[in-house]
Design a protein around this ligand. Structure first.
Ligand code: ADP
Ligand code: MG
Length: 647
């Protein structure tokens, strides 16, 4: 029989090392992981058997069996699921195939506590067996293959593993953990049962253990109150018992499910060690019948921004697992949601292609979306009304982790745009911090009586937004401005023209119209405009090819100049963003606005000799101030130096 020694993929070695050291305090999760794999294997078998019932090999009762051997110091997890072929064992138990693995490893900090949380998010899986075992033996045969194509995989969890062909009559997988020296507490039926009930109660498959009975004869007779588990003797009976609830959690009535069970189920499906932030569970009846159990996590997974990010919805049809990551059930902007949808209408042999066209799926998707939005609305309302600090923070926690993703919904989901807009939060000049916690409704409640628009500024980061010269006049007049600094904001704003009847207006775009706010000053401003007209015309000529127009502004107080995009043109920020993303952006020249009160602008009038240099300097400065890049930085430096020396 071919026996081979093979090396683990480098990432596996790294993961093993980290896991053994950082997850030690939470070591009992190994059983949850191995049971979860056994349960996945049963799901896969059931799914493949829809088309090929011979795979059941006359043994259709799927189950998991847990046993232990005190003398050999082993714990065994056995399933009659799909099993693995030789090639599958080599690749599944020797590499990490998951997308985003590279990024994951690049995020590890070396700080044990932080890394332990990350590993939790990553999903520790099969390799977690090595937290308690110094050797693992896997014997397996894939359903449908002949008995002589069984394989044995053995490893001490260091650099390599051994693989060899064996005879194996039974399909499925038997995993034997050879316990490390100080793990004897696991050699107890009581201990194993309690771990199973804690983490795996909801596994839809029966988990069997041998029934044990107290043996009065063999045990030392001791006083009742001195009863000692060590000295007592339990004997195995030749009878199985099911030690978990073995019913799919989502099919049980809500009232029968404790919060604790909901949380464990979340951990089971999400591989997240943390508790969920919120969940919702209900059955939908009507044209389309399905049950949904949906969770919002507390933390964004490390690969949320990865294009291949696996979504979190599992699709079942009449309790038969169909697929992970059923992306058709959930719009992309809700990709952080985890959970289960169990449909009563879809055919069992549904494929991803069928899902795309199915009307039932469309109905489910709409239902799931509404449900998630209601859940978020509830969190937002209850956070706003909460008195306890922890509850007040709840919506903010959600927003900080997933707000950027939710904003995509404004552009993607026309039918729910209003609802999503209500859920969106921004940083604002009102509270002068970078916390994104101001809703559009809250902004409107603080608007000046004469104010008609919701004002915002976009920039690369909060500092730049906050210090934008465009804000000066708004500060002076006490008008609040939303500070938008997320990459998606510009894109989102192109779909969000108004909220509650109030138009959204960029402070850096078009003519400034603070409505009646300006009335008294208008006359005075018009006069200044007349006086400076020749100067402005001359500047326009000097900046031909660079600025579309030059005009006076009264929105600046401290800065001499700023750039604005013409009505209908793309903002400079968005042009830069598109360029950075490698896309073509239409080149629109900006408008230069100058502050007639500023000493530099006044000096300009009096310095004919350097007039052109001054104009270019004002333009370049304004470009730098909004985070832009100069087309010709060397000339900027030269000009600046020349003007400095000329003084
Ligand atoms: P995950 O379950 O997230 O895929 P694991 O590390 O837990 O990651 O398992 C790796 C792979 O090994 C599984 O995807 C599966 O293909 C295979 N595997 C593990 N345990 C079993 C089992 N009991 N039966 C069949 N395949 C298994
Ligand atoms: Mg797994």
């Amino acid at each position: 029989m071919a026996q081979e020694t093979m090396s683990f993929q480098a990432e596996v070695k790294q993961l093993l090392h980290l896991m053994i050291h950082s997850l030690y305090s939470n070591k009992e999760i190994f059983l949850r992981e191995l049971i979860s794999n056994a349960s996945d294997a049963a799901d896969k078998l059931r799914f493949e058997a829809i088309e090929n019932s011979a795979l059941y090999e006359n043994d259709p009762e799927l189950r998991i069996r847990i046993s232990f051997d005190k003398a050999a110091r082993t714990v065994t997890i056995d399933d009659n699921g799909i099993g693995m072929s030789r090639d599958e064992a080599i690749s599944h138990l020797g590499t990490i195939a998951r997308s985003g693995t590279k990024e994951f490893f690049s995020k590890l900090s070396g700080d044990q506590q932080k890394d332990a949380a990350l590993i939790g998010q990553f999903g520790v899986g099969f390799y977690s067996g090595f937290i308690v075992a110094d050797k693992i033996t896997v014997e397996t045969r894939r359903a449908g293959l002949p008995a002589n194509q069984g394989v044995r995989w053995t490893s001490a969890g260091e650099g390599d593993f051994e693989i060899e062909d064996i005879e194996r009559a039974q399909r499925g997988t038997t995993i034997t953990l050879h316990l490390r020296a100080d793990e004897d507490e696991l050699l107890s039926s009581y201990r194993l049962k309690s771990i199973i009930q804690k983490y795996s109660d909801h596994v839809a498959l029966p988990i069997l253990m041998k029934k044990e009975e107290w043996d009065a004869e063999k045990s030392e007779m001791v006083e009742k109150d001195e009863w000692d588990a060590e000295k007592s003797e339990m004997v195995e009976k030749d009878e199985d018992e099911t030690v978990n609830q073995a019913s799919a959690l989502w099919t049980r009535p809500k009232n029968d499910i404790t919060d604790e069970q909901y949380k464990q189920f979340y951990q089971h499906i999400s591989h997240d060690h943390d508790e969920p932030l919120a969940w919702t569970h209900n059955r939908v009846e009507g044209r389309s019948e399905y049950t949904q159990l949906l969770y919002v996590p507390k933390h964004a997974p490390f690969d949320l921004w990865n294009r291949e990010h696996r979504g979190g919805l599992k699709l079942y049809v009449k309790r038969v697992f169909i697929m992970d990551d059923a992306e058709q059930l959930l719009p992309a902007y809700l990709r952080f949601v985890k959970g289960v949808v169990d449909s009563a209408d879809l055919p069992l042999n549904v494929s991803r292609e069928i899902l795309q066209e199915s009307r039932d799926v469309k109905a489910i998707r709409e239902g799931v979306t509404k449900r998630v939005l209601s859940m978020l609305e509830e969190i937002a309302t209850s956070s706003a009304e909460a008195t306890e600090d922890a509850d007040k923070q709840k919506y903010q926690t959600f927003w900080n982790e997933f707000g950027q993703v939710l904003k995509e919904g404004i552009g993607e989901d026309f039918s729910n745009r209003e609802r999503i807009a209500k859920l969106v939060r921004f940083a604002s000049t009102h509270n002068d911090s970078d916390a994104q916690n101001v809703s559009l409704a809250e902004y409107i409640s603080r608007m000046k009586p004469e104010q008609t628009k919701i004002y915002y500024v976009t920039a690369d980061n909060w500092q730049a937004a906050k210090n934008s010269p465009h804000l000066e006049v708004f500060r002076k007049k006490g008008v609040e401005v939303l500070l938008m600094t997320d990459r998606v904001d510009e894109w989102m704003l192109s779909f969000l023209n108004e909220f509650d009847g109030k138009p959204l207006a960029s402070v850096a775009r078009g003519d400034l119209d603070l409505g009646a706010l300006n009335d008294e000053e208008k006359q005075q401003q018009e006069k200044i405009g007349e006086d400076m007209k020749p100067l402005v015309e001359k500047m326009k000529e000097a900046l031909e090819g660079k600025a579309k127009d030059v005009r006076l502004t009264f929105r600046l107080t401290d800065s001499p100049s700023c750039l604005v995009a013409d009505e209908g043109d793309m903002s400079g920020y968005l042009q830069r963003m598109l360029k950075a993303a490698g896309q073509k952006a239409p080149q629109a020249e900006p408008i230069l606005e100058v502050n007639p009160d500023h000493p530099l602008v006044k000096a300009l009038k009096a310095d004919d000799a350097n007039f052109s240099d001054w104009c270019h300097l004002l333009f370049d400065q304004a470009m730098l101030a909004e985070g832009g890049v100069l087309e010709d930085p060397a000339s900027f430096v030269k000009r600046t130096n020349a003007l400095l020396l000329a003084r």
